[in-house]
Design a protein around this ligand. Structure first.
Ligand code: ZN
Length: 221
């Protein structure tokens, strides 16, 4: 215990805790400065177009996909820096999102197994894992991504649709688990919403009673 405290003091001395956005010094590792945290916290209901509402009941984002949240997600996904996770946890705690209902379980948008192997983790699970545990909501891998999809941003809407068709299926043995359940579908970001719609459609076709969506950050256009 003593040794651990000394070690932390040494680390704090060598790498003083700083805000992930403006780099101002803060008290503890993982803290944000109050100004940047206040600016990043923008929990909001996402207005989805009518076709999406046929499968997604409601969708929320905890912040906007730019600035601090954008760089945290980039560092985690593309640079595989798990060292940003304390900042993610601080943000989730500060966002103070109250779940609108008692979900039976949460489902992360899955990565294709090749991509997950390359990255070493599914970012959605490492972002929300501890937070869900604190809320007592189990995380279930109810979906599989069976096609490797190209990045959506460089595709036309028609290409996106074709690319996502049949990209997701129910994971083996999940039929009984999903039927009649209230499910919270999770992703790191929402841009067009088409990935989330494709996932929600599979869950609803499998008999899920309702699917709500929660994302870390939204860039909805
Ligand atoms: Zn700051």
């Amino acid at each position: 215990m003593m040794l651990k405290t000394c070690w932390h003091s040494l680390l704090d001395f060598l790498f003083p805790p700083h805000c992930p956005v403006c780099h101002a010094y803060v008290e503890n590792q993982g803290d944000w400065c109050s100004k940047c945290l206040r600016e990043a916290r923008q929990t909001h209901l996402i207005l989805l177009p009518a076709p999406m509402h046929s499968v997604i009941k409601a969708a929320w984002a905890l912040g906007i996909y730019r600035g601090g949240l954008r760089s945290l997600i980039h560092d985690l996904k593309y640079k595989k820096r798990r060292s940003v996770l304390p900042y993610v946890r601080t943000f989730l705690r500060a966002a103070d999102f109250v779940l609108p209902e008692a979900y039976d379980f949460a489902v992360p948008v899955p990565l294709h197994k090749n991509r997950e192997r390359r990255r070493g983790f599914n970012q959605v699970e490492v972002i929300f894992g501890d937070w869900l545990q604190e809320k007592g909501v189990p995380l279930r891998r109810a979906l599989l991504r069976v096609r490797e999809t190209r990045p959506l941003y460089d595709m036309t809407p028609q290409e996106r649709k074709q690319n996502l068709n049949h990209a997701f299926v129910l994971a083996p043995g999940m039929e009984q688990e999903v039927a009649g359940r209230h499910i919270l579908l999770l992703d790191d970001i929402l841009t067009t919403g088409m990935t989330l719609m494709a996932c929600a459609a599979v869950l609803r076709q499998a008999g899920a009673a309702c699917v709500d969506v929660l994302v870390f950050a939204s860039d909805h256009r």
